[in-house]
Design a protein around this ligand. Sequence first.
Ligand code: AKG
Length: 280
Amino acid sequence: MTVDPPALHPWNRDFAWPGHDGPFRVVTPDQARAYDEQGFFVLEDAFDTETVARMRAEIAPEHEAVNEFLRGIEGGRLSVAAADALTVSIHLVNRSPYLREQCAGPVFSGLCHDLIGPDARLYWEQAVYKWPHNPDPVPWHQDNGYTYIEPQAYLTCWVALVDASLDNGCVWVMPGLHRTGTLEHCDTELGYRCLPEDVAGAVAVPVRAGSIVVFSSLTPHWTGPNVTDEMRSAYIVQFAPDGAEALRGDPAAGPPIHREPMADPRRQYPVLVGGEPPAP
Ligand SMILES: O=C(O)CCC(=O)C(=O)O
């Protein structure tokens, strides 16, 4: 059976994947090659148990407040988030000095150096908690399918805050498709989707707590149901080259009508300037 290649996003023209040659600070040459060819790799045990526990403690009140909010709205859903099923807590660095410091720390600034370039900013961060016995996947999507950023290729770091397994909803990726740039997405009840759920060739990426699934904003990914009795928690941190912009408009109606710099000084702060962490 032949499978039609997925359609490209209307704003995605002449995309070329930027390769990564080193020298590297954090990743190995094999990991850089995997990132270029497959669109992902795992940075094992990037954070120790104490750091992960502190991250979870910083996120806990936010996660509870978000769930209360979701419970209070009609239908209990907002975009991909759903009360007692999938809580998405955003912009945590605005309220947690600890997470703010971690996002600019050596693990992430090293990854930015190796995979983005000498000038990089925090673009977005959010905690995603998949509740016990949540039967729903987060559909296949590219992060650049939600908000269209240029340059299209930025960096997503999916930090496991508990062991992420096939049973509790670990990340799956579709290797290789990142090289085509942003795909067309459709809107579904569970979120944006660019590939069918049963697409062939998907790779599951179970990881230990403290490890990071490192992938591109262009790597299609999916997380499965959580069939366990425990919460599956992850902190997702994204970095973009300095100067990145969000394109606004209706892709079905024509070209973008506005470009918005992704440089909000409160939360999109520099983590690398001229190849080095900025002075505090
Ligand atoms: O962690 C999850 O379950 C899904 C998160 C995700 O895919 C995202 O934030 O883009």
